[in-house]
Design a protein around this ligand. Sequence first.
Ligand code: C5P
Length: 230
Amino acid sequence: MSKPEVPVLALDGPSGAGKGTVAGLLSKRLNWHLLDSGAIYRVLALIAERAAIAMGDVASLIDITRSMAVTLPVDAQGRSRVLLDGVDVTASIRSEACGERASEVAALPTVRRALLRCQREFHKPPGLVADGRDMGTVVFPDAIVKIYLTASAQERAYRRYKQLMEQGISGNLTALLQDINARDGRDRTRAVSPLIPATDAIIVDTTGKSVEAVVDLVLSQMPRHVIFSH
Ligand code: C5P
């Protein structure tokens, strides 16, 4: 299962810590594959919604995980798209509602277990940047470098607000902050794979730091032989 010869950079942390942007740019800089594991949970939530499958119907959710074909191509700017059976579902899965449902799906232990195979399929040469909540603790415990990105809840809510504005979607900062706190609470307290830094993770607070500064900081933590051997 584990492929120690193929390095993994695990990037974990709460919503809005900047993981997605940083992970996309790192995958470009290193020329490694990219796994946005949140997108996998979101796609499962989207399929369940479209098929009117209730969150309590765990057997049907697990059934979906066996056949869902997700690809995550990255463009030249390091922005990833999300394709389900070759169809671009990026906009649909990025909604707040889909994020909420994803977080409910993610609280189901057997569903998390069923999604392990799907996530580990992204672990291919020359390397993988894996972005999520439990990359360093559960999915890729042998990752060569584990980074836990964080930022204050206020800053994370503000980033989300700006992101929505850029997409022409109106947002309410207070409501976004409440959503972030609620989702963090659920992610941190769930029984299985709670959002916690791996014991060997390097904690990076991105509050007030530019994306470029965070990317450079993460790269500076990578063993040189890993960066230069590819
Ligand atoms: O990162 P993103 O906001 O897209 O993730 C959506 C939800 O999926 C998170 O709120 C979290 O509940 C769940 N998730 C998870 N484990 C991961 C990635 C995401 O539980 N590795």
